[in-house]
Design a protein around this ligand. Structure first.
Ligand SMILES: Cc1cc2nc3c(=O)[nH]c(=O)nc-3n(C[C@H](O)[C@H](O)[C@H](O)COP(=O)(O)O)c2cc1C
Length: 334
């Protein structure tokens, strides 16, 4: 049974898979559900304005039933637009809304949202209030420990308390500051040092707040250890690049039977889903690009990856071919 309680701020998710543009789409999330039935999944960031003004809402909102619990992440700075977006997310069946105040991309900052908003707590508070008032879903926020020179602990603490008063139900803190001028988004995920100590102090001073730590976690056991200090741990790149490394999540974090750690079992179980996607005119690469990380460490993994990528990219991959390749993995014991 899921430990998730929809519409309740008690939904303390111990582990989550970070929102990642071009990675955590609905296909990857389906793959993750074969690895953990419990971990909280996030969408990629959706610009609220794009959702509200498009005629094709499905393109932004669509997800599969199996993906619950799922949080939709919005980027934006306009409370009225966020209000509309929140209603749509609730009607579509999402479990939670997350507000992005951590993205350092220049494109995002030039629209005055993402990490740059940390310098404008008043606007963030208005956005959170608006999201809260327009739906009954939990509203959470993902942010950094600081931005540029605005990086004192006092400011971070004030920010979190202020946003908590505005109604935020959980804080996901990426434990490094963002440097908006001079570093690109990738550098902003590696160069500013990780400061778990700062987030630890934040939790210690605000024990009543739900604080999830993010940044640099690469193994389940170190994540479990972090749960002694934080209410949750969010993992990004490591889950995407090494999904099978995380196959013990359900057992070790949630105390329930672990799902599979076999690449072939996962791919076989996704076959009906892939078949449906292809029948509906979808491209095989949409899904297969996520499968190639499943064969990490397997002998001749490179050949398997090349075969699947070449066929997919040439639009020649069909289910028979995928079944055949996957059977080879199964015979090798993977
Ligand atoms: C390719 C990529 C795309 C990302 N896209 C988003 C995003 O859409 N929204 C967001 O809040 N963070 C985004 N992030 C940041 C991650 O959510 C996470 O905070 C960061 O990678 C640090 O966690 P990690 O060290 O576990 O990867 C992205 C990261 C990567 C690598």
């Amino acid at each position: 049974m899921s430990t998730f309680q929809t519409n309740s701020i008690k939904n303390i998710h111990k582990l989550s898979v970070a929102p990642m543009m071009d990675c955590t789409d609905k296909h990857f999330r389906m793959l993750m559900r074969k690895i953990s039935s419990e971990v909280l999944l996030y969408t990629e960031m959706i610009v609220a304005k794009s959702l509200v003004y498009t005629d094709n809402k499905k393109k932004f909102l669509d997800f599969n039933n199996e993906e619950h619990p799922i949080s939709i992440q919005f980027g934006g700075d306009n409370p009225e637009i966020l209000k509309e977006a929140a209603k749509m997310a609730q009607d579509w069946g999402y479990d939670e809304i997350n507000f992005n105040v951590g993205c350092p991309s220049p494109r995002v900052s030039s629209g005055n949202f993402g990490a740059s908003l940390m310098k404008d707590p008043l606007t963030v508070a208005k956005c959170i209030e608006s999201l809260k008032n327009s739906c009954s879903l939990p509203v959470t926020i993902k942010h950094r420990i600081g931005v540029d020179d605005d990086d004192s602990f006092k400011n971070l603490n004030n920010f979190v308390r202020y946003i908590s008063n505005a109604g935020a139900d959980r804080f996901t803190v990426h434990a490094r500051k963002a440097i908006l001028k001079g570093l690109n988004p990738k550098q902003n995920r590696t160069i500013p040092p990780l400061r778990y100590d700062v987030v630890k102090k934040l939790k210690k001073l605000n024990p009543e707040l739900l604080i999830e730590i993010n940044g640099g976690f690469t193994h389940i056991d170190e994540s479990l250890k972090a749960l002694n200090d934080f209410d949750g741990v969010m993992i990004g790149r490591s889950v995407y690049k090494h999904p099978l490394r995380w196959s013990e999540i359900d057992q070790k974090v949630y105390g329930i039977n672990k799902k599979t750690n076999s690449a072939s079992t996962i791919i076989f179980s996704l076959i009906p889903y892939i078949e449906k996607h292809l029948t509906n005119g979808g491209k095989s690469w949409d899904i297969c690009k996520h499968l190639i990380n499943l064969v990490e460490g397997i002998p001749k993994a490179k050949i398997w990856r090349n075969q699947i990528s070449n066929k997919s990219i040439k639009k020649e991959l069909d289910i028979e071919y995928l079944l055949n390749l996957t059977s080879k993995l199964e015979k090798m014991g993977y």
